[in-house]
Ligand binder design. Structure first.
Ligand SMILES: [Mg+2]
Length: 223
C-alpha cells in the first residue's frame, strides 16, 4: 500500500487547552500594550497565530507592526508554559489511541498542520503527552494563510506525492486541505457541528474519535 500522510490540526482536533492559548495571548498583549481584553473582537477559530496576532495589533492601531508582532509572539511563548497547567484542558476522545494505532500502521506518516507557532504547538502537545507522535509539520510562524501551512507540511513530509489526509475541526482546515489537493477529514470536537463541516465541503466528518478502531481503519483506507 502507498504511504499516506496524515496532517493533524491541534486545537479542537487533538486537544482542548481550556483556553490557555488565548489567555496567554491576552496576557501578553495586556503586558506589552496596557490594553486588557484586547482580543474581544478577534476571531481565533481555525486561524493561524500570525493572522490572529496581526489582527489584534491592527485592530488597536499599534505602531511598528513587525517589531510589535515579534515581541508579542515572544511574550506569548514565555507565558504559555504557565497558562497550560493553570487551565483545565484535555485530550479529545480517542485521540491517544487513534494516534498510537495510526503510528503502528506501516504505511502511515503522522504530521501536523496547525495555525500554532511551532514552539507553541510543541508546548501544547508536550503538556498533554502526545508530542512524540508527529514527525514534523507546517506551523503558523511564517504564514497568515492556513493553506500555505498545509503546503509546507506536505513539502516537508510527503515530497514523493504520497496521499495526504488533512484532519481538522473548522471550515478553514477543510479549505486548506482542498486547496492542496488533500482529502479533508473533519471532526466536530471544536466549535463547529457535523452539519457545518459537511456544508463546508469535508470529504468525511466524524463526531469524535471515540470509536478509534473504526476511525483508524477508515482513515487508512483513504487516498
Ligand atoms: Mg482547530
Amino acid at each position: 500500500m502507498p504511504d499516506r500522510l496524515f496532517l493533524f490540526d491541534i486545537d479542537g482536533t487533538l486537544l482542548y487547552t481550556g483556553g490557555a492559548g488565548s489567555k496567554a495571548m491576552e496576557q501578553a498583549f495586556a503586558d506589552l500594550f496596557s490594553i486588557s481584553n484586547g482580543f474581544g473582537q478577534i476571531s481565533f477559530s481555525g486561524r493561524t497565530d500570525t493572522a490572529i496576532l496581526k489582527d489584534v495589533l491592527r485592530f488597536h492601531s499599534i505602531d511598528s507592526l513587525d517589531s510589535a508582532l515579534v515581541r508579542l509572539k515572544e511574550l506569548y511563548l514565555q507565558l504559555l508554559p504557565q497558562a497550560l497547567p493553570q487551565n483545565q484542558g484535555y485530550l479529545l476522545p480517542g485521540i491517544e489511541e487513534l494516534l498510537r494505532s495510526l503510528q503502528q500502521a506501516p504505511n502511515a506518516i503522522l504530521g501536523l498542520a496547525t495555525g500554532n507557532l511551532r514552539e507553541g504547538a510543541l508546548l501544547k502537545l508536550r503538556h498533554y503527552g502526545i508530542d512524540g507522535y508527529f514527525r514534523d509539520g507546517g506551523f503558523g510562524d511564517d504564514f497568515e494563510d492556513r493553506s500555505m501551512v498545509v503546503k509546507v507540511a506536505i513539502e516537508r513530509l510527503a515530497p514523493d506525492g504520497e496521499a495526504v489526509i488533512v484532519i481538522g475541526d473548522t471550515p478553514l482546515d477543510i479549505a486548506a486541505g482542498k486547496a492542496n489537493g488533500a482529502y479533508a477529514v473533519a471532526v466536530a470536537t471544536g466549535r463547529h457541528s457535523p452539519d457545518d463541516l459537511s456544508a463546508a465541503g469535508a470529504d468525511m466528518v466524524f463526531v469524535d474519535f471515540s470509536a478509534w478502531q473504526n476511525a483508524t481503519a477508515t482513515l487508512l483506507s483513504l487516498g
